[in-house]
Ligand binder design. Structure first.
Ligand SMILES: Nc1nc2c(c(=O)[nH]1)N[C@H]1C(S)=C(S)[C@@H](COP(=O)(O)O)O[C@H]1N2
Ligand SMILES: [Mo]
Length: 322
């Protein structure tokens, strides 16, 4: 049976998730079976339990819950999502973050919010999960390295959080920064990137309903290797835009610097929208390998979120603004 992709305009009544979508064993087992077929991500040695798996309360289903995805987009397993990571603060190998982030203590945690806004201030992790309804957002996630996953995030719309600080007319962009602490993030002891990790969005991209601050996955507190305690998720852009372990948000007039653009400007632009028609200088972006699958699949424009976000870029040459 084909589940139709729901349009953004079809509003689903919010229902409290009793446990979570992930009891959908049928989908899960299908992925697991394929994963057993000898793929790198799934043959990594299994490490001992690395974090308390704390459930998050009151997570609501949203119109982006698993049911909104077509059946050929099964949710990746917890194991895949938490053992195949990019988080250079904990090493550059895909299995490094799981191994090296176990000791990281992501609480207490605060995000400073500053710049072009009437009410600068801060957000604590507790603020973030209390006065807001946590939503389940099952998104396709596409790394610039041409692999992808489907991840059941738990988060809050970024725009709702940003509005509290009353951004002014000068707030044309939003800048994000990861914690800088080489003691706690051993990867920062090597000059792999210009630390701290930096990212940015245009204000309208940040306010788009798809953009979330994620605090969990699979209905539980987000594991360290996935960006604890709070990370951005912008599903129509390449994975590196989704900055992890955020400590600073700044509204500003100028386009912010970003770590990957600073590292290789020819390869990583500010926008970094998923676009099968625009190659990375060293490889094609036309297809991707879904972790847990054998055959490549075609990459979709804006990672399949064209209906929701194409309007943000109507007057732009996306070859120039890659
Ligand atoms: N601070 C920080 N954020 C980061 C990264 C990083 O190295 N450091 N890697 C990015 C990249 S390249 C990807 S693909 C995603 C990976 O997220 P995941 O490990 O949860 O799949 O995180 C992004 N956010
Ligand atoms: Mo990535």
């Amino acid at each position: 049976m084909l589940i139709k992709h729901r349009k953004a305009s079809d509003v689903l009544g919010s229902e409290i998730t009793s446990k979570s979508v992930f009891d959908d064993r049928r989908r899960f087992l299908k992925t697991a079976a394929l994963a057993g077929a000898g793929l790198a991500a799934s043959t990594l040695p299994t490490l001992p339990a690395y974090a308390a798996r704390t459930p998050l309360d009151g997570v609501q289903k949203s119109k982006w819950s698993a049911e909104s995805l077509p059946e050929n987009d099964p949710v990746n397993s917890y194991e895949d999502i938490t053992s195949y990571n990019n988080f250079y603060e904990f090493g550059t190998g895909k299995s490094d973050p799981k191994e090296n982030a176990q000791e990281f203590e992501p609480r207490p945690w605060e995000i400073m919010v500053e710049g072009a806004c009437a009410k600068p201030g801060k957000i604590s992790f507790e603020d973030l999960i209390k006065p807001h309804t946590l939503e389940e957002r099952v998104y396709r996630f596409r790394c610039v390295e041409a692999w992808s996953m489907v991840v059941p995030w738990v988060g809050v719309p970024l725009g709702d959080i940003l509005k509290r600080f009353e951004p002014t007319a000068d707030a044309r962009y939003v800048y994000f920064e990861t914690l800088l602490d080489p003691e706690r993030m051993p990867g920062q002891r090597a000059p792999v990137l210009n630390w701290p990790y930096k990212e940015g969005l245009r204000m309208d991209e940040a306010m788009n309903p798809l953009s979330i601050l994620a605090v969990g996955l699979y209905g539980e507190v987000i594991p360290n290797q996935n960006g604890a305690p709070v990370r951005l998720v912008v599903p129509w852009k390449y994975g590196f835009k989704s900055i992890k372990s955020i400590v600073k948000i700044k509204f500003q007039k100028e386009m912010p610097p970003t770590s990957w653009n600073e590292a290789a400007a020819r390869e990583y632009g500010f926008y970094s929208n998923v676009n099968p028609a625009v190659r990375h200088p060293r490889w094609s972006q036309a297809s991707e390998r879904r972790i847990g699958e054998i055959f490549k699949r075609k990459t979709l424009m804006f990672n399949g979120y064209e209906e929701e976000v194409a309007g943000l870029y109507t007057d732009m040459d996306l070859r120039k603004w890659f």
